[in-house]
Design a protein around this ligand. Sequence first.
Ligand code: MG
Length: 262
Amino acid sequence: MKLITLLSNTSSALALLTLASLTGIAQAQTAAELAAMTDAERIKLSEKTEVWEPVPAIVTAAPQTAPSDALVLLDTNLSQWQSINGGKAPWSIQDGVLTVTPGSGDITSTASFCDIQLHMEWRTPAAFGDKKGQLRNNSGIFLQQRYEIQILDSYNNPTYPNGQAASVYKQTIPLVNASRAPGEWQTYDIIYRAPRFSGEQLISPGYITVLHNGVLVQNHVEIQGTTEWIGAPKYQAHGCAPLQLQDHGDAVSFRNIWVRSL
Ligand code: MG
């Protein structure tokens, strides 16, 4: 906000003091000093807190499509993925839909990432038989191969909430259950800040924000360490690392995965 605009609306000393304290500008100036200045002098002062660089790059985005500066990880082929055991990703892909081949093992991105924005779409099978709880079509996306955001059919399927869809597995329960019915496509939009290490020591934990089907379910929550099935989370120093999709023995499908390094 330009100071001159506010000044034209009010001349009270209180407003000047409030503005000065809010913006951090002119802390050395008293209200009287500010009031005594010319408009040009006040504008000059206001410019001290304007930050002009870096100028954010212009990008374009339409709903559900990758922004122009994103790396597309999954569209019609598996060239960006490999088996966790090395070699070709052993899952099936048809018309842009990737499906877990149960029992074949997890797959990872060929590229490594640190801080990212990630978009992905996933779908659990419409028919689930008598599967329930954690066994009702489970998968997951691991950030940096360590920190799992759970993928699960959590539509009318009670389980421990810190293990339901969109949980930071065994750490943070989602704020709400935004799950769609099995067989429907669902989206995760994830903003991830990787943990920082100095040597072996943790300097700052990771943080994650997740929107599930457009609904905020994880609001900049702290990641406590690796998402363990058994035992407590722990941190062990690491650098940038791939994304990993989980083979939990269920034919969960994926499409339209893209990532922006931050
Ligand atoms: Mg899982």
